[in-house]
Ligand binder design. Structure first.
Ligand code: PMP
Length: 303
């Protein structure tokens, strides 16, 4: 197959069974999203947000795309917007990784930083201000746009059942905007009535009602309950410490040759806890959203 554009390389990522000791002789399968061309699960979202905006008439010729993002969505949006020659402004809290911000700029986006202490809510407010001052601009707004979970319902969910058929007992995924978890969980719950779904957050995120504070695990964690979680059956929410996430990142690199980001480490930590609760021999599917390489300046490895 000879591909004709980078967009065609998005999705259909590999599913890897992790050969590590899993409680109750269960099995953990990880969807390796770093194989997308922009390096993360959010390439799927970038194309979907731009396509929906065009279809709804909100994106026209030369519309400036403005989006608040932790980084990976920004890279996905910049990739997709490039195909349509659209200018892109990404509003990023300054704490997010230097590598991700550099990649966004490399793809042609302009970055506006907001103070880390103001969180993603600060980035959202700044994006709205910029849009009000920029004629012919559009904010896809991943945190509210139904095209977000829909992108994962349409692509990632069917890819999982294509690989595993009905042999999926549990789905475990980190939540940032919540689009990945909600879209895939909805698809799998429609296909497989017995499936159990578990979102994952870092300590410092508020899903489980814990106190809000900063965390080193990047890409997941919420400051408000994602609207996409309405009508999705959630078995239990797992709140994972930064230490547990980073320990699993190191273990995956040293013992399994897998270079993943900290949200993948958190997803593995939660999947191992899920395995303890499920009957022996269960099949647990999780998502590894991106690779270690975009966090090397953040001391992702304690080597
Ligand atoms: N992991 C990483 C590294 C991410 O960048 C994101 C997106 N912020 C997620 C997980 C969570 O994805 P979602 O926004 O779909 O919940």
């Amino acid at each position: 197959m000879i591909y004709q554009s980078v967009n065609q390389l998005i999705g259909n990522t590999p599913l890897l069974e992790l050969k590590l000791p899993v409680p109750n002789n269960s099995h953990i399968f990880a969807k390796l999203e770093m194989f997308n061309p922009g390096g993360s699960i959010k390439d799927r979202l970038g194309v979907a947000l731009i396509a929906a905006g065009i279809q709804q008439g909100k994106i026209r010729a030369n519309t400036t795309i403005i989006e608040p993002t932790a980084g990976n969505t920004g890279i996905g949006v910049a990739l997709a917007a490039q195909q349509h020659h659209l200018p892109v402004i990404l509003v990023v809290p300054e704490k997010f990784s230097f590598e991700k911000q550099t990649l966004m700029k490399a793809l042609g986006a302009t970055i506006v930083n907001t103070p880390s202490a103001a969180g993603i809510k600060g980035a959202i407010a700044k994006a709205e201000k910029l849009a009000a001052a920029t004629p012919n601009s559009f904010i896809p707004m991943q945190f509210k746009n139904p095209a977000n979970p829909q992108a994962y319902y349409d692509t990632l969910g069917p890819e999982l059942t294509a690989d595993l058929g009905s042999k999926i007992d549990a789905f475990v995924a980190g939540a940032g905007s919540g689009g990945t978890f909600a879209g895939v969980a909805k698809y799998l719950q429609e296909q497989l009535s017995q499936i159990k779904s578990y979102p994952v957050e870092p300590e410092g995120s508020i899903l489980n009602g814990g106190p809000e504070h900063g965390h080193r695990t990047e890409g997941i964690g919420v400051e408000f309950i994602p609207p996409f979680f309405k009508n999705i059956h959630i078995e239990q929410i797992y709140t994972i410490s930064d230490d547990a996430a980073f320990t699993n990142v190191s273990l995956l690199a040293r013992e399994h040759g897998l270079l993943v980001g900290s949200s993948s480490g958190a997803a593995l930590a939660a999947s191992l806890q899920v395995a303890e609760q499920l009957p022996a021999g269960s099949n647990i599917v999780t998502i590894f959203p991106d690779s270690s390489e975009r966090y090397l300046s953040e001391d992702i490895y304690t080597v």
